[in-house]
Ligand binder design. Structure first.
Ligand SMILES: [Zn+2]
Length: 105
């Protein structure tokens, strides 16, 4: 894995599998959120920026703990466009202000 970080045009270049962790950011439970980019677009200079992310909340229980998980999911699915989306949008802006990605292919 290439972990070398170089600045390019003021951006920090990172590999496409970089994870971004934010403490206490979950709007539902104040857990830590981990964002993993999976969708890409080029900026005006042909550098890759991330446009889609998988998000994990640190308090998510094991899927096998059905009851616990259902409860967690109910707690994390209320009005996502109002509650979760602004958080995601903020993170996306933050990441793309600072980082560009080295895609493997
Ligand atoms: Zn949460």
């Amino acid at each position: 894995m290439n972990t070398a970080i170089t600045a390019f045009d003021g951006f920090v270049m990172v590999s496409e599998d970089k994870e971004f962790k934010f403490k206490n950011l979950c709007p539902y439970c104040k857990g830590n959120l981990t964002y993993r980019p999976y969708g890409w677009e080029t900026d005006d200079n042909g550098l890759w920026m991330a446009v889609s992310f998988d998000v994990d909340c640190s308090t998510e229980p094991d899927m096998e703990e059905e009851e616990e998980w259902d409860y967690w999911f109910q707690n994390h699915s209320e009005m996502p466009y109002v509650i979760q989306m602004p958080v995601d949008e903020g993170v996306k802006k933050y990441i793309n202000r600072k980082y560009r990605f080295n895609l493997k292919s």
